[in-house]
Design a protein around this ligand. Structure first.
Ligand code: ATP
Ligand code: MG
Length: 416
């Protein structure tokens, strides 16, 4: 992509009224635009990052054996009446048809749709276990939408639902789902803790995946020896400074954290409400047991920003970066232009993803500031100085490490 053809511009000014670091940086760097509180457009760069995140999530869900579906956001009120949540769910957008004859919920989550859906397909114990997931827009009227894309009123979530005949099967799947979640977080460059949390109105308990960060809205207690003990304050049995009850060696620390995922063993909570059962081997009806598993895809994007950004701007890990290389041409004399165009073309031919700052009327300082702000992993400069040395200057965004690399060597191994 040529910067000169790119629809988006960076800005020096922080948007007024935006308090969160993630939204401030993403808006300034041209990744997102704020439509209103809690509602954002993903611009070309932001969408590329989100697509990389959802690709990783998809791969891990498929490895887990789940099949992808796409359920509707517009949901009949009757489904919400069946679970009683039409009356009780405070974040649910309730909308009606133009003639006022019908009411709908705008999906904040999909238990009310997925449970009657699977009822039509799960008939006998031979049909179980099964699991389906989707990556889809959710709507929640969040009372406080002040955390940028960490808390949207419209946001992207991956939600997975699993169905089982026995508790043992449900719980073993639940553990495998947790392992898949850890792989997702690791691949997007985050270190998450699996934290015991309340099950809300859903179940006795749940597990949240929490990333330690100052901007987080949760408070968690966890073992400093990384033995795996971690609890959300809302269900905590320990206090800061206690000896860890699990390993007896570590000390309990506390921290603010961002909830980037939540998994619930729902048991029969929704299958009761929709009367979902299957025939067992003896031909008797048994209640289907269920689990649900969510990851906030856009929140994950915002969390990477919060955790990795530095004073100059965004910093992306390779796995989710919008481009791998930010090629910067300095000056427009013939030799420089020729080499920059040639390198750009050769990288494209090799299938390397590259943003080419070919803007003619922009000074070096501004190009460098933009590269730092946008956070693409490798900045590659071509100037009269590098042309003289038949080289390019490669600078790693995360470490600041810089090297002059002979052009051919760079083209042979551009990701080094
Ligand atoms: P929170 O406690 O932060 O309000 P939640 O517990 O209500 O979140 P869940 O219903 O567990 O959220 O949703 C699954 C996942 O979706 C969460 O773990 C989080 O990563 C993400 N998520 C929830 N609400 C939002 C939101 N308003 N904006 C962006 N992501 C969200
Ligand atoms: Mg949650």
């Amino acid at each position: 992509m040529r910067f000169s053809q790119h629809i988006i511009k960076t800005t020096k000014e922080a948007p007024s009224g935006e308090q969160s670091k993630n939204a401030e940086l993403l808006i300034r760097a041209g990744y997102i635009d704020k439509t209103m509180a809690g509602v954002f457009t993903l611009l070309p760069l932001g969408l590329k990052v989100l697509n990389n995140i959802t690709r990783i999530i998809r791969e891990e869900m498929e490895t887990l054996g789940a099949e992808e579906v796409l359920m509707p956001a517009l949901q009949p009120k009757e489904f919400w009446d069946a679970t009683g949540r039409w009356e009780t769910m405070d974040v649910l957008y309730r909308v009606h048809s133009p003639d006022g004859s019908h009411e709908f919920g705008l999906g904040p989550t999909h238990e009310e749709v997925v449970t009657p859906l699977v009822k039509r397909f799960l008939l006998s114990y031979r049909d179980l276990p099964r699991s389906i997931f989707q990556i889809q827009t959710k709507f929640r009227f969040e009372p406080r939408a002040k955390s940028g894309i960490l808390r949207g009123r419209e946001f992207m979530m991956k939600d997975l639902y699993s169905f089982h005949t026995t508790e043992e099967d449900l719980l073993s799947y639940y553990e495998r789902a947790a392992e898949a979640y850890f792989r997702v977080y690791e691949r997007v460059g985050l270190s998450a803790l699996k934290v015991r949390a309340s099950g809300g109105a859903f179940s006795d308990f749940s597990h949240e995946f929490q990333v330690i960060a100052d901007c987080g809205e949760d408070l968690i207690f966890y073992c400093d020896r990384a033995c795996g003990f971690a609890e959300n304050k809302e269900v905590a049995t320990v206090a800061e400074g206690d000896v860890c009850p699990t390993c007896s060696a570590g000390t309990i620390l506390s921290s603010k954290a961002v909830e980037v995922g939540n998994i619930f063993p729902l048991y029969n909570k929704f299958t009761e409400a929709f009367d979902v059962s299957v025939k067992n081997q003896e031909g008797e009806d048994v209640r289907v047991l269920m689990g649900c598993y969510g990851i906030g895809c856009t929140r994950l994007l915002g969390t990477v920003v919060e955790v990795m950004a530095d004073e100059k701007g965004l910093v992306w890990p390779d796995s989710i970066a919008p481009y791998q290389i930010h090629l910067v041409q300095l000056g427009s004399d013939e030799a420089v232009s020729a080499m920059a165009e040639d390198v750009y073309l050769q990288l494209r031919t090799k299938g390397v993803s590259v943003l080419f700052d070919d803007r003619a009327d922009v000074k070096a300082g501004e190009k460098f500031a933009d590269a730092d702000l946008m956070g693409i992993p490798r900045r590659v400069v071509i100037s009269s100085k590098t042309v003289g040395a038949a080289s390019v200057e490669v600078k790693h965004r995360a470490t600041g490490e810089t090297a002059l690399v002979p052009v051919q060597q760079f083209l042979d191994a551009p990701y080094v």
